[in-house]
Design a binder for this molecule. Structure first.
Ligand code: NAP
Length: 362
């Protein structure tokens, strides 16, 4: 069967890891016709918007996209197109499996944690009030009138909305994923002791959803404690479900436990469409240097193959990556004990090594 899939190479290191990944995908034998699209700075120059409607239409039509990282200007400029894409397409579940592949030098072996991050709300909702703006002054006045704590007039404000509906669907997603993948436990991570009406609602909703899944253990934990426990006793965790901001931070912590973001894939999943992308960003300092690890994007592509029902090519791709890692001969700087090791491989050399293994396995 042949598939039409939207491909967004992104910017920074995006194009080079995308090239490595599409070459590897071709070697799996999966028949994919790419619909190549641009978002971010390049799209802004060409179409006058960083997220052109055509891209959303393409993903909606194809139902699946593979995406490289896209740069977001810090502090000024356009808002994150990565966040906007997730909101526009209602890709409410962000799935980030963090597992150790044999051969990777990391503090722990046998880690297999799946981070399920709510993707549409929380402080990432993009509802912000600029310091000194008229709306901000009115909001500060309104809050004072409600008898709440006085907010300093020189403040900028970001709003943290968490709804029962979005909490219910992300926790349900986590439990359904647990069932479908033979997982034992779901941990709901929050800061409900401090943010009673936002994180408190997330936790209360999670506890309610958990009652529908008596076959899966449920527990909750406070996010700061979880960070410490993850570093000292990661084996305690199986599936972690969290609101958006904690999910972003904790998934990078988990990536650090399994060898770094060079090997952690991701998926953004909605009821109708799904976008697969590595956890890492565009690493601009490495752009065009053929240096970074393409495996996170390749593993995201393996998740994509599984999503479209191509289990065998997915397995072949993941196993070729795992064997390349365990052999340790053709790996990028991030997987070396010494990143300056003269034997570090380039992005394209890693792709060649994975492709060679795919061809040998045929
Ligand atoms: P980043 O691009 O993820 O890079 C941070 C560091 O992670 C790099 O300096 C590098 O570490 C390591 N790294 C990243 N990708 C790697 C790879 N493929 N192989 C090996 N190491 C890798 O994070 P950032 O510098 O905070 O963000 C840069 C831009 O990306 C920002 O504009 C941000 O908004 C954007 N971003 C986009 C997405 C997305 O498109 N979904 C996600 C996150 C961030 P060393 O310095 O140790 O080599």
């Amino acid at each position: 069967m042949s598939y039409n899939i939207t491909l967004i190479p992104g910017d920074g290191v995006g194009p080079e890891i995308t090239e490595a990944t599409t070459r590897a995908l071709e070697a799996t034998g999966a028949a994919i016709k790419w619909d190549i699209r641009q978002i971010g700075e390049a799209a802004l120059e060409k179409y006058g918007t960083p997220l052109p409607l055509e891209v959303l239409l393409s993903i909606n039509r194809n139902k699946v996209a593979l995406k490289g990282p896209v740069t977001t200007p810090i502090g000024t400029g356009f808002r994150s197109v990565n966040v906007a894409l997730r909101q526009e397409l209602d890709l409410y579940a962000c799935l980030r499996p963090c597992k150790t592949y044999p051969g990777i030098k990391s503090r722990y072996e046998n880690i297999d944690i799946v981070v399920v991050r709510e993707n549409t709300e929380d402080l990432y909702a993009g509802i912000e009030f600029k310091k000194g703006a008229k709306d901000t002054t009115e909001l500060i006045k309104f809050i004072a009138e409600q008898g709440q704590r006085k907010i300093s007039a020189d403040s900028g404000i970001s709003i943290k909305p968490i709804s029962e509906r979005a909490s219910r669907r992300i926790v349900t997603f986590a439990f359904e994923y647990a069932r479908a993948h033979g997982r034992k436990k779901v941990t709901c991570v929050h800061k409900a002791n401090i943010m009673k009406f936002s994180d408190g609602l997330f936790l209360a909703t999670a506890a309610k959803v958990a009652r529908n899944y008596p076959d899966i253990q449920f527990e909750d934990a406070i996010v700061d404690n979880v960070c410490m426990q993850l570093v000292t006793k990661p084996e305690r965790y199986d599936i972690i479900v969290l609101p958006n901001l904690y999910g972003d931070i904790v998934s990078e912590l988990c990536a650090g436990l399994v060898g770094g973001i060079g090997v952690v894939p991701g998926a953004n999943i909605g009821d109708k469409v799904a976008v697969f992308e590595p956890v890492h960003g565009s690493a601009p300092k490495y752009a065009g240097r053929n240096k970074v690890n393409p495996m996170a994007m390749m593993l995201s592509a393996a998740m994509m193959l599984r999503h479209i029902g191509e289990e065998k090519p997915a397995q072949r791709l993941e196993s070729a990556i795992a064997r390349t890692i365990s052999e340790g001969k053709t790996i990028t700087y991030d997987l070396k004990a010494d990143p300056n090791d003269p034997s570090v491989a380039t992005t394209s050399a890693v792709a060649d090594a994975v492709i060679k293994k795919l061809k040998e396995a045929r």
